[in-house]
Design a binder for this molecule. Structure first.
Ligand code: ATP
Ligand code: MG
Length: 441
């Protein structure tokens, strides 16, 4: 078991010395019990917001959500969220409580929390306060709602996605009644804001249990990701594939490193297949142009979910070229490095590597091919061999001196670069200039 941070300990002590109750609560206590590193400590207290501010009057405080009882206190540069015990009343919009009432009872505050594993309070003086047996559920690796699951999901449907996220990240099973209520209430996910869906989904996809979640809960995920509809049970009629599209997608997503842009690329890489299926006379399935159809769908999905632009652009580019084989040729690799940039090139190899993990086992053994591609690309980058305008031995100014103008300059530089990559000419100033003059248009 880990310990609370020094800052959290001293904040709790300070509140207690002033006569209030105070505990660490939520994710940090769960992570502490699991021996996981905790990102940020939330503290819950019987002190009212103004009283919290008085206790911490010699510290910098921020009124994060003072109306709802939250004050952020900065101790040694670390922000701590301190919230008054509260009860949430009425959720007529399925997203926010209509009313927040402060309460002197810790148990009342723990009752409003989503899952038992997130409803444990702790302070070093009193130990664990665990009225909903969250510690047992952590031991048994179970996600279970506090109270009646259907009621809790109807109050706030984001909890459905949070439950799937915790199951994916922590590797916990979802308890039967909780899972059933998730299914019963799944349509309510439509009222959750796209920003919150994107944030939860990014974490869910980066979890270690992501394969299981995609396979077992696709009916729920489809509500917020219509792009994956139809994947389940879609036979590919191809000897490479032992899985349907959904199971293949889940295997690929699990196999790629847990960074959001890579996991989203894996999730969407084949989503266009359901629109592109054809069967030839031998009974073999084909999915012509599925990469560009998948890329378009990925773009639409990430725009809708308000993804940051960088992530969206990377995902779309990766999906578009995921199925184009890369030859072990210096010329081809240089061209790819030039067109994609080195970071995305290495990401593409990761995606192609993961893609083979979702095939029948006899097609898994292409690791060597991908190792070779990575090694060749690293060598090209280290040798400073020329694959981009940056390391071409002439630039625009050299061409201006030779009488080139406007658009001619860019065109000539690109042609010269192509010729260098193709080994038709050397990357030497004289040779480059005479090439450009010869081809001047
Ligand atoms: P993370 O590791 O992602 O920070 P967390 O459990 O700390 O996970 P937070 O979103 O930081 O999650 O929320 C802190 C705590 O507040 C949760 O542990 C839970 O007790 C409670 N909580 C958060 N969101 C909800 C919600 N939508 N419904 C009920 N309780 C919630
Ligand atoms: Mg947290």
């Amino acid at each position: 078991m880990n310990l609370l941070s020094k800052e959290a300990e001293s904040a709790i002590k300070l509140l207690q010395k002033s006569g209030y109750e105070a505990y660490a609560v939520g994710g940090c206590v769960r992570d502490m019990i699991m021996g996981r590193e905790c990102q940020d400590t939330d503290i819950t207290t019987s002190a009212l917001p103004e009283e919290i501010k008085e206790v911490f009057s010699s510290f910098r405080t921020v009124d994060t959500g003072i109306r709802h009882g939250t004050v952020t206190v900065i101790i040694n540069g670390a922000p701590l969220e301190i919230t008054t015990y509260r009860i949430e009343k009425g959720y007529s919009d399925g997203r926010h409580p209509d009313k927040v009432i402060f309460t002197p009872e810790l148990t009342e505050d723990l009752k409003r929390r989503d899952f038992t594993v997130n409803s444990i309070a702790y302070c070093s003086e009193k130990g664990f306060i665990d009225p909903f047996a969250g510690i047992d559920d952590i031991k048994r690796k179970v996600i279970r709602c506090v109270g009646n699951p259907a009621e809790r999901f109807t109050e706030d449907s984001l909890r459905i996605l949070r439950g799937l996220r915790f199951s994916s990240v922590l590797g916990f099973e979802i308890e039967k009644n909780t899972a059933e209520a998730m299914r019963e209430c799944k349509e309510l996910l439509k009222i959750v804001s796209n920003e919150r869906i994107f944030s939860e989904l990014s974490k869910l996809l980066c979890g270690r249990n992501v394969r299981e979640i995609i396979v077992s809960y696709s009916d729920i995920l489809e509500v917020i990701l219509p792009e994956i509809k139809g994947m389940k049970g879609f036979d590919q009629y191809n000897f490479h594939h032992i899985y349907d599209i959904l199971n293949h997608t889940a295997a690929v997503t699990e196999s790629i490193p847990p960074l959001p842009h890579l996991r989203f690329a894996a999730l969407f890489h084949d989503c266009g297949k359901t629109d592109c299926f054809s069967l030839d006379e031998k009974g073999i399935g084909h999915f012509y142009s599925h990469p560009s159809v998948s890329a378009k769908k990925a773009d639409e999905a990430l725009l809708r979910l308000r993804s940051d632009t960088k992530t969206r652009e990377k995902v779309v580019k990766l999906v578009k070229v995921h199925d184009t084989p890369i030859e072990e040729s210096e010329r081809i690799i240089k061209k790819r490095l030039r067109s994609m940039g080195d970071e995305l090139f290495f990401d593409l190899i990761k995606l192609q590597r993961a893609d083979t993990k979702g095939l029948a086992p006899e097609f898994h053994g292409r690791e060597e091919h991908f190792d070779t591609l990575e090694k060749m690309a690293r060598e090209i980058l280290e040798s400073e061999a020329c694959f981009s305008l940056r390391n071409l031995k002439i630039n625009g100014n050299d061409l201006i001196k030779e009488g080139f103008k406007g658009r001619e300059i860019g065109t000539a530089l690109s042609s010269a670069l192509e010729a260098v990559i193709d080994s038709r000419i050397k990357n030497e100033k004289e040779e480059l200039l005479s090439f450009c003059l010869k081809h001047k248009r």
